[in-house]
Design a protein. Sequence first.
Length: 628
Amino acid sequence: MSAAFERIGTDRELLEEALSLSRGAAFFFILCDEGSLREWQMQRLREALEAWGRSVRVVRFDPETPHLFSALASLPIDSSSVVFVDVRGIELARLDPANYPEEMGLHQQALNARRALQSLNLQREQLAMLGIPLLFWVSAQALGQIAQRAADLFAARSGIFDLRTFWSPEPFPREGLLDIVYLERETRLPALSRAIQDLPSEELRRRFQLYERRLREEEAKTPPHFPRQASLHQELARIARVLGELTRALEHQEAATALYRKLATEVGEDFLPHLAAGLYNLSEILSALGRRAEALQATQEAVDLYRRLAAQHPDAFLPDLAGSLNNLGNRLSALGRRAEALEATQEAVDLYRRLAAQHPDAFLPDLAMSLNNLGIRLSEMGRRAEALQAAQEAVEIRRRLAAQHPDAFLPDLASSLHNLGAMLSEMGRRAEALEVTQEAVEIRLRLAQQNPDAFLPDLAGSLHNLGAMLSEMGRRAEALEAAQEAVEIRRRLAAQHPDAFLPDLAASLNNLGNRLSEMGRRAEALEAAREAVALYRRLAAQHPDAFLPDLARSLGAYGLVLRGLGRSAEAAAAFAEGLRAILPFARALPAAFGGLASALLQGYLRACAEAGEAPDEALATQVRRAIE
């Protein structure tokens, strides 16, 4: 939680700085919590502004009161004024009124919300003529609807600031912290993205530049203000990561973590929660870069710190301990240490069960998430019946949550259905696997139609799986169609954000090659497999630890297509290259990579035999020794 305070504090400071400089027309969008937290946030900022001599007016904008300019024109406003526009009820604009009979309430509500947004767009110039800052307090969904349906107003924005998850102008006392955690979770309900994923990339780049400038100013001060520098580094790391700039993200996160370590050592243990959160974030970036051993080390240290903190303040830090244990399970699994990964994930589930029993509204979403991961860990250990049970429990919880709050929990339900489909497929229950995966695709398709930037990647992932499952059922034409759609989506995404989506595109190209090969379209299959290999070569050149195993797997698929075309000598070369790529990994982590190395070796020996070539016995011997 400490990291959340710090993050939101940074955004609040940026907002206050913008308001201190703003004396003319400006449109600011404030991403905020719902309900009582929104009121609390507005009141705290109002008090700060009034202390600076600014007068604050509050008006409401909703489908019933859409004439914002008229409401403002009747208020006493001068050059020192700031207006808070409390935006409510326009989220329903995402619904198409045509999908509901006119006698249904939703038809009129959706129609009114759309009309209100059209009206808001038309009022842009009038609002600008007021010559004062307007702060639109909005939910993430409301902001999306404004961007879509009041595009002129949105384009004229002066900034977007994220105040979701409560912020405090003063250091918050440890006593009563858990009550705030529960209040936040019960009000917000889902484990939504807490900050910047909802912001447009141009907004992220703008604030990245602002934060870098502020960081340079802080570093030039004497004496140095290390907490603020650490906070700015942390924010820069988060923005860079969302933008796919992982190297810059790592640079800033390492700096933040180093400063928190210094503060925890030299100033006091009050900074231990910051250090633990920094280590957690550092592990995420290291993992994304393929530096798995370092990611594990950072995660283990975060777990150790949270254990220590939870022993002293269990109410405050048990949730953080559970989250870091869940993360530890992922890190251990990535290194092939499956038994330890299962142990860590099981402990996370046990903690979340305990927390959810006391506060279900707060922690049931986390329990479902950890059960999802537990299913994967059990499956890795070959305990498929137990894995299926965990995956089914996760789906059951998320179905209940999605029935109550569909906007919040449908994405999570789709994720668990996606995972459950894979579990059922592993157990040979192909018809059930296909049904569950199709449901995941249907949900994600609806979500992607409403918010393509957020949900197209997930849709592509489920289409990718759907193609494989349709193939297993012998429905090859449909399987090919799903695989092609996954490639098309991921190609568009990779064109916009190559660092983030090229790996997914390469994986789907591999899948497409398999589907084309099944249909006898081997020349096209070869083209797709060759493109996948080329992408993985490029990725592996930049981040070998992360992508050499994927390159090896892709070379294996390429070799199979070449064999099918009778080009056995080329196939043998592809398999050999794959073996050389995977050999160091198989030596270091035979449990994780031995199966891939063995499959590549078998393909290599067969291709050599078909080509009438003698295999490289030295290479074959090294591989056999690595996987024994």
